[in-house]
Structure formats: C-alpha cells, structure tokens
Design a protein around this ligand. Structure first.
Ligand code: NAD
Ligand code: GLY
Length: 355
C-alpha cells in the first residue's frame, strides 16, 4: 500500500492507495472514529461496490443514503435530501460520512459534511479515475447552480482517502478518458517529465495496466498533496489546478450539466488555454501539438461545441471563481511543465481563439 499525506497541520490526512483496499477491514474501520458511519453513494456505484464496503465496515453501526447518478444531481435539492436523511437517521456530529463514488458523490457528500451540524467527519472512497487523481483530495466541496458550476460550496478536508485501483475495472471508457484529462493537466502545470512519461506510456494506460495506473494515481496525488499543503484556500499556486477549467466550466454550464463530462470540458479548455499561450508567444506550436495529440490519444475532445462562440464563453466566464476586481484570470501554460495565472489575455486574442 502507498500512503501520501496531505500536510495541513492538525487537519493533515492520509491518502491510501492499493488495489483491493476496499476489502481491508482494519484500515477502513479504524478511520471511523465514533463507530457510526453513513455511506452516501449513487444507484450506479451501489450495486458494484456497496456490499464490498459494507463488509469491511462490519461491526460498526452503518446505514446508507443512495441518490440518483449524474452531474445534474450535484445540486441543492440533493444536498437537502441527504441532510434530511441524516436528520431522520439521527446522525450526530461525530457520525462519519463516507462518500462512495466519483467526483459528484465526493463533492456533494463533502459539502453536506461541511454543513451538517456545522461539520462532521467524512471519508472519501473515490471510484473514478478523475476522483482518484483529483477531486477526492484537497477538500474542495460544492454543488452546482444553474448559473454556474460549483458555485455553492466550502473548503472542507476529509479525514482520509481510500483509493482502490480495482474499481477502475468497471469504469466506462469515456469516464476513464475524462479522468485522463485531469492527469494530463498535472503534467502541463507542474511536471514536464510526467507529461513525457504519459506520452510514452499511452498504450499501457489505454489498456488500463494496473502497474501504470498505480504510478499515475500516486504521482497525481503527490502533486496535488504538495500543492494543497502549500495553498489550501487557493490564494496562489492552487489556482494552477484549474488549468482548462475556466473555459471548461463555461462548456459544462452551456451544454447542460452531464452532457459534456467534466474531464471532457477540461480537455477542450486546456487546448484553448494552450492556444492562448501560443498567441502570447509563450508556447511553441510543437508543444500545442503534443498536448492535442495526448488528449486525442485518449479520445478527448479538443474543439468547443460549434454554437459556443466568444460571447457565449464570456457570458459564463464572468461567474468564474477566479474573477478578481471584475477581471477574468486565466491559467495559461508557459510551456509544458509550468503554468501561470494571468488576466493579460486580450479580447482580440480570445475572439480569435474562441470564434
Ligand atoms: P461522476 O462522479 O459523475 O462519475 C462518473 C460516472 O461513473 C457516474 O455515472 C458514476 O456513477 C460512474 N461510476 C463511478 N465509479 C464507477 C465505477 N468504479 N465503475 C463504473 N461506474 C462508475 O464524475 P467524475 O468524473 O468522477 O467527477 C466529476 C465531478 O468532479 C464534477 O462535478 C467536477 O466538478 C468534480 N471535480 C471536483 C474537484 C475537486 O477538487 N473537488 C476536482 C475535479 C472535478
Ligand atoms: N481541482 C482543483 C482543485 O482542487 O483545486
């Protein structure tokens, strides 16, 4: 088992990574402090992994809340539903919430945990590639609003994260690819060597080789843990993790949540950001092409939907959480391996890129 720590003083927590960890009763139960846990999951993940988790929680007082599957349910209605269930099931402030599922379940459960009785412990058990490499780590919790993605939320760290690589065996290919967009992101913003490694191991990753996946998940969690430990509340370096997200969130909101997968929108947004870098003279055409090729190797979209032009993007991007004093701030790669946050992307440049 590999363990990576997110260093946040007394709120530090471990990320445990191991194929089959869901069956490791000792380690999972020892993380439920009060002996009472409530698992939140959805109707797709539940038939696949709930029984395995419940077996590992045997001896504890455990109940389950199941919600419908999908990004369109990461909303205030489901927040209210889960909160009401917690009250009906007489959850207390020391009850542990366990998020079993992808980023939607993790973000929503984490937000409920942050708010219920002003905060209860929660554990992340991410089951998609995207949630294993990104959303389960770092304590960003939220729900969507029709006017903007992740607009209502809180920074609230989990007590621990359990990553079972075996869960990826049932993940649909399209969801796997969406996770790869966030993986590629880490290489572009932080680690050129990792980007190169991804380029030379594309085939093994498409084949979902355990050994290669484990390396990828560990490396992404290491990078994320390092960044979050330095800047938990996104006052600086953490903003780089939003590469492609300003454009991507606009696509998700415009297309209707769930129609473009989050990772697909991030892939397309990352290519747009790389084009802006090219226009600024930061990035070479050859680097843009490498980013496009790597995204395409995983069947990720690199072009925005036809009907989305400059005006449509701008309508959504005004709500971006990185807007400061009215100015949209973009994460733009300077080259593969390094990115910066800048508001200096001209309207002309954006018009040329977005159409
Ligand atoms: P998701 O949670 O919708 O999961 C994708 C699909 O896979 C769903 O249908 C889900 O039920 C299904 N699924 C999950 N695990 C499975 C498994 N092992 N086998 C088969 N099917 C499985 O989507 P996601 O890509 O995991 O997460 C996207 C969400 O994460 C977005 O809402 C995004 O905003 C959020 N996000 C948050 C952060 C953060 O820092 N908090 C970072 C990145 C993304
Ligand atoms: N996924 C962006 C972040 O955690 O900051």
């Amino acid at each position: 088992m590999s363990t990576i720590t997110v260093e946040l003083g007394e709120r530090s927590y471990p990320i445990h990574i191991e194929a089959g960890i869901l069956t490791n009763t000792d380690i999972i139960t020892s993380n439920v402090a009060s002996g009472r846990a409530i698992v939140v999951t959805n109707d797709v993940v539940s038939p696949l992994y709930l029984d395995i988790l419940l077996k590992s929680l045997k001896g504890l007082n455990v109940s389950v809340i199941t919600i419908p599957d999908g990004e369109q349910h990461k909303n205030l209605q489901q927040f209210e539903y889960i909160s009401s269930q917690l009250l009906e099931q007489q959850a207390a402030r020391d009850t542990t919430l366990i998020a079993l599922g992808g980023g939607v379940i993790g973000d929503l459960t984490g937000f409920v945990a942050a708010c219920f009785q002003r905060g209860m412990p929660f554990i992340q058990v991410p089951t998609t590639l995207l949630s294993q490499v990104d959303s389960s780590v770092g304590g960003k919790t939220a729900v969507n609003h029709p006017l903007g993605k992740n607009m209502i939320g809180a920074f609230y760290q989990p007590k621990s994260v359990f990553i079972d690589i075996n869960t990826l065996k049932t993940l649909p290919d399209r969801e796997f690819a969406a996770g790869m967009a966030e993986v590629i992101k880490y290489g572009i913003i932080y680690d050129e060597g990792f980007f190169q490694w991804l380029e030379s191991h594309t085939e093994q990753l498409i084949q979902k080789s355990d050994e290669h996946l484990e390396y990828v998940i560990k490396r992404c969690c290491e990078i994320k843990a390092e960044i979050v430990s330095k800047d938990e509340r996104e006052q600086g370096i953490r903003a780089l993790l939003n590469l492609g997200h300003t454009f991507g969130h606009a696509i998700e909101a415009e297309q209707g949540y769930g129609n473009w997968l989050h990772g697909e929108a991030v892939a397309c947004g990352t290519v747009i950001a790389a084009k802006a870098a090219l226009q600024k003279g930061w990035m070479h055409e050859s680097e843009l092409q490498r980013i496009i090729q790597l995204m395409q190797a995983f069947d990720l979209p690199i072009l925005a939907p036809n009907q989305m032009d400059y005006d449509v993007f701008m309508k959504h991007m005004q709500h971006d959480k990185k807007v400061l004093k009215g100015a949209i701030r973009f994460v733009i790669p300077q080259h593969i391996g390094k990115a910066v946050v800048t508001k200096d992307i001209s309207q002309d440049s954006l018009r040329a890129i977005l159409g």
